[in-house]
Design a protein around this ligand. Structure first.
Ligand code: SF4
Length: 794
């Protein structure tokens, strides 16, 4: 393998972090200099290759792969056929994972900030010095806050080791936990969760009719199951009909039998109209509804009395009434083997939670729940859990939410406080000084709120206001630039992660195995937490002893050693990840060995796993697949589809999905509605510095309607400033007929401000610099498509 990068880029990559005191870059490549270029040559083919089965982490899908290692250098990543979830496929990002490992910009050693927050000036320190710094600041804050453990916020991005970090949060005793849910799938998961019991998977392989609305699966996230889905949609065997509903003509639209352009944020009106036709024409499965629905009569009455007709929806959505009639009839003709695809995306509009409820109910009207060809819950292979530490701290206050006398504790701007919290609301209340006590420090793991949350100016203010920001990450992200202490995690190819169950029609367990030893001075998060808890556990207990009367009484009655055992933060991190994984699958014969050898395990794997053709594998025989796990019923506590949730009304939330005038699509003259989305070759900001992927897509472009562009003398590649009430960003224009005249679109993840990212720095436009912090009112998710913007050619 030869990698060539220009001399300028190479030098930038080596120096941009502004590390005071210098940094030794371990270079695994041999270097030659030729015509002003540095030529890096690995030692591929010089010795016998070793293969290690592991899991990809270039996106959330966790496909199985086989890494080839030669002379301790990872030289190739190949698909691993053993995993039912990824079916011997590795996408472009998966292949480019090798660059995540050898990215010269990686965080290489612990660092402490020496410049202003955001400047990116750090000094290199030892692990002990970094832990000592954290200890001193943490002890000081907790002493001043009288052991209120909730004076610290903990936040994490999605990942197999998120739970490891959460174990630290639980032991520490804070109540302030924020994860990516409220800037990701929160409303989708909750909408389906309260209506049918669980966010389901879609059996695209066996469906005969599929509506994909706002889910650009052919382009936004091309996982192996996307490929299978589309292959089967168009196969002779199945040939399902695909309806694409999207404001843009996407790649999914190009593959669909019918594409209908909808006005952004009006999908709820479309689904209500489909429901109207289904009920009015009595197309639904009456037997199923009678047996398996709660509150259907009220729902029916509401839909009919509100006259949610296709003609009504046409005015709101822009979709012809005749198309709505046709789709409702065709969907119910094919049900239960018909799917209204649940989607796997962020919250776009304020009504998103109600949209998901309406989608789930419409799906269930055709009985396509927990069945082949419909939405499935899937089965799970259980693993054993580990010892956890849940100490009770007398002084720890409950979550920093705003107390509302009428509705109980909440964030003031949303009704329900979920486990993952509302990031955007938490941040805003923190900045406005509305929280009931001081939160002064934060621990941030594998998470980049600077780039992934709307209104990045406010996020920067939040990070500046925090007295201690500790970031555990692999890359110098925009958020890391605001850290006081940086703890470098090794990449996914250098660590073993916790074993994970993958539920589904073909359930399995999979494990990320370490491929090579961690490079530089980086460590897996479990080892980082081992070191950190060794340093801070006792000193923090001293603070608890000082302020916690129950602890003082307990010590008087027993020995201090006995009492400390309940607060010893080191306990959950005493074992290595490999030991914990072996314990987790202890009850299955040979599971631990198979997880090491194949990265995958499921009972009867040896018997079931078969190669069918060159690139086709069978994992379970058809009669063993878990299409149904609850007899076709919902998995809510009542085992019924919940149409009318009266408890929601008590919190000021509509108990049934209804349309409200405030949801209408309105854009002031001269402005545009901004939409954002994903691209198959990028995973948000996580891959934006990956030079291999940048070869495939250099930067993001602003989609603008061609006629509008012509009227403003905007041509392809012209630089355009896009501005909103909260900020501005600049990127190049892509005039096209594939978008409506009053919409604009560009891909998320570009335009980073961290100068330590050679390839991502100021490359393209940053959507979250201009998306306003509009809060979805039920779970407090960030509504990403509610911002109107202006444009200017620069
Ligand atoms: S879909 Fe691609 S990036 Fe995501 S886990 Fe699979 S191979 Fe990796």
């Amino acid at each position: 393998m030869n990698i060539e990068i220009s001399r300028r880029k190479f030098l930038q990559g080596s120096i941009t972090l502004s590390v005071i005191g210098g940094m030794t870059v371990t270079n695994l490549f041999s270097k030659e200099e030729k015509n002003g270029k540095i030529k890096l040559t690995t030692k591929t083919g010089t010795s016998k290759a070793k293969e290690v089965a592991t899991l990809c982490e270039m996106c959330v899908n966790k496909c199985a792969l086989i890494a080839r290692v030669e002379d301790n250098i990872v030289t190739k990543l190949d698909p691993n056929p053993h995993f039912p979830k990824s079916r011997n496929m590795l996408c472009a990002r998966g292949n480019a994972g090798i660059q995540a490992l050898y990215d010269p910009d990686r965080l290489k050693s612990p660092m402490i900030r020496v410049g202003e927050k955001g400047e990116g000036k750090f000094k290199k320190v030892t692990w002990d010095e970094a832990f000592e710094y954290i200890k001193e600041k943490t002890v000081k804050i907790l002493d001043e806050e009288k052991d209120n453990r909730s004076s610290f916020l903990f936040c994490a991005g999605e990942g197999m080791a998120e739970h490891t970090f959460k174990t630290f949060y639980q032991g520490f005793g804070s109540s302030n936990w924020l994860n990516h849910s409220s800037i990701c799938l929160q409303t989708v998961a909750s909408g389906y969760g309260v209506t049918i019991g669980k966010y389901p998977q879609a059996d695209l392989e066996n469906a005969k009719y599929i509506i994909m609305a706002g889910a650009n699966r052919a382009e936004a996230i091309v996982t192996p199951d996307t490929m299978d889905g589309f292959k089967n949609i168009k196969s002779k065997k199945n040939s399902a009909k695909l309806i694409c509903i999207d404001p843009r003509f996407t790649n999914t639209a190009a593959k669909a039998d019918k594409w209908l352009a909808i006005k952004p944020g009006t999908d709820l009106a479309f689904v209500l109209a489909l429901t109207y036709v289904t009920i009015k024409e009595e197309l639904y499965n009456k037997e199923y509804v009678n047996k398996n629905f709660n509150g259907f009569e009220e729902y029916k009455e509401m839909i009919l009395s509100n006259k949610y007709t296709p003609e009504w929806a046409e005015k709101i959505t822009g979709i012809d009434a005749k198309d709505i009639y046709e789709i409702a009839r065709e969907f119910m003709e094919n049900a239960p083997e018909a799917i209204y695809y649940p989607g796997r995306r962020s919250t776009f509009a304020k009504n998103d939670f109600q949209l998901r409820r309406a989608m789930a109910i419409f799906q269930a009207l055709g009985a396509g729940i927990d069945c082949k060809g419909g939405l499935v819950f899937g089965d799970k292979i259980k693993t054993l859990s580990h010892e956890e530490l849940l100490p009770m701290y007398e002084q720890a206050q409950s979550r920093a939410v705003v107390k509302d006398k009428k509705n109980g504790p909440g964030y003031a701007d949303c009704a329900v406080v979920s486990g993952g919290g509302s990031w955007i609301s938490w941040r805003n209340n923190f900045l406005d000084g509305k929280q009931p006590y001081n939160v002064r420090g934060m621990f941030c793991y594998k998470h980049n709120p600077m780039m992934n949350m709307p209104n990045s100016v406010k996020t920067a203010k939040m990070l500046k206001k925090m007295e201690l920001v500790v970031c555990i990450d692999t890359m110098p992200s925009d958020t890391v630039m605001y850290a006081d202490v940086v703890l470098p995690e090794c990449t996914y190819l250098e660590r073993t992660d916790p074993v994970k169950c993958f539920s589904g029609i073909e359930p399995s367990i999979a494990q990320r195995n370490k491929v090579i030893e961690p490079m530089y001075d980086s460590k897996p998060v479990i080892e980082i937490l081992q070191g950190l808890t060794n340093k801070i556990s006792k000193p923090l207990f001293e603070i608890t002893k000082k302020y916690d009367e129950e602890v003082q009484d307990a010590i008087a009655d027993a020995t201090e050693k006995e009492v400390y055992a309940e607060f010893d933060l080191t306990i959950p991190f005493k074992h290595s990840q490999e030991e914990l994984n072996e314990h987790a699958v202890d009850q299955y014969l040979e599971a631990a060995q198979k997880l090491k050898k194949y990265g995958v395990f499921y009972p009867y794997m040896d018997k079931y796993f078969k190669q069918i053709s060159v690139n086709e594998f069978e994992y379970y025989p058809e009669n063993k697949k878990r299409y149904s796990v609850n007899g076709g019923r919902a998995v809510t506590p009542s085992q019924k589809v919940e149409c009318n949730l009266k408890n929601l009304a008590k919190k000021g939330v509509d108990p049934m999905p209804i349309w409200r005038d405030e949801y209408d699509y309105k854009i002031p003259k001269g402005k545009f509605r901004l939409m954002t989305g994903r691209h198959a070759q990028f995973t948000q900001t996580g891959t934006s510095n990956n030079s291999m992927l940048r070869d495939l897509m250099y930067q993001n472009y602003l989609w603008i309607n061609k006629r509008v562009a012509d009227s403003k003398n905007i041509n392809f590649g012209d630089m355009i400033e896009v501005s909103s009430k909260v900020g501005k960003t600049t990127l190049r224009a892509y005039p096209t007929e594939k978008i409506a005249p009053d919409n604009l679109f560009f891909i998320h993840g570009f335009g980073q401000e961290s100068s330590a990212l050679t390839w991502a720095y100021k490359n393209g436009g940053n959507d979250n610099a201009i998306i306003e912090d509009v809060i979805e009112p039920v779970y407090g998710a960030a509504a990403m498509h509610e911002t109107n913007v202006e444009i200017r050619k620069v």
